[in-house]
Write a protein that binds this ligand. Structure first.
Ligand code: SF4
Length: 229
């Protein structure tokens, strides 16, 4: 299966009744600022380079961000922060990400989330996370060159851990605690943790641009050591 075939199957997924109802309701009702736009309102595929060495993992699409535009981390402030930082790190061709047809291209990076549908209050239920895990596993199986997983937030970190555990990777016990800048080196992949670029974190200064830049600079260094980006 190719990534394109995977994405084509994913966008038709209706496994989680609560999330299907929410993503479609948000798409129908819309935020006033986007009243003239047609929302995506479906599962949001991962986005980026099929030969990525750096996998960026978030939580789930935002209701009026990716659930509106159809591309991960696109159309909201969280994505603005993320793609600006990735641009400074040399991983994108432009620093803005506003819509899935805006010309943005990633080089050496792929952005996705463990839950592909927007959840109410950004909180997927454990059963929804589990239901969606097979999509992330399928993406992982296609991304054979990944040397670094950048986990944006604790949810992403735990999801990456479960993903790797499921593929038989020998993981240290106990699992290191999540924290900004925490790095876990495994035989074939390195996990790098960052605070999520959520508005809550960026507005309060918990995450600064310098902090995010440091994570991506480190990701590029680690990925470069594994092979040319
Ligand atoms: Fe399907 Fe994942 Fe969306 Fe659930 S969250 S409906 S498993 S794509």
């Amino acid at each position: 299966m190719t990534l394109e075939e995977l994405h084509a199957g994913l966008v038709a997924c209706r496994r989680c009744p609560r999330l299907v109802a929410w993503r479609e309701r948000v798409a129908r009702e819309r935020r006033a600022a986007f009243a003239d736009e047609e929302y995506w309102g479906r599962p949001v595929p991962g986005f980026g380079d099929g030969h990525a060495q750096i996998l960026v993992l978030g939580l789930a699409p935002a209701a009026h961000g990716a659930n509106r535009t159809g591309r991960m981390f696109t159309g909201d402030r969280s994505g603005d922060w993320l793609y600006r930082a990735m641009h400074r790190a040399g991983l994108t061709n432009q620093e803005t990400s506003v819509h899935r047809n805006d010309g943005l291209a990633l080089a050496g990076a792929y952005v996705t989330a463990p839950v592909k549908c927007a959840p109410p209050a950004n909180k997927p239920a454990p059963a929804e996370r589990d239901a969606c895990a097979s999509w992330l596993e399928a993406e992982w199986a296609q991304l054979a060159d990944v040397a670094v997983i950048v986990c944006l937030g604790g949810y992403a970190y735990h999801s990456a851990w479960r993903l790797l555990a499921g593929t038989g990777v020998a993981l240290p016990k106990p699992r290191p605690r999540f924290g900004h800048g925490v790095e876990v080196s495994l035989p074939d992949v390195t996990i790098l943790c960052s605070y999520h670029s959520s508005q809550q974190n960026t507005f309060t200064g918990r995450l600064t641009e310098d902090m995010l830049d440091a994570v991506f600079a480190r990701a590029v260094t680690v990925a470069s050591n594994a092979g040319p980006i």
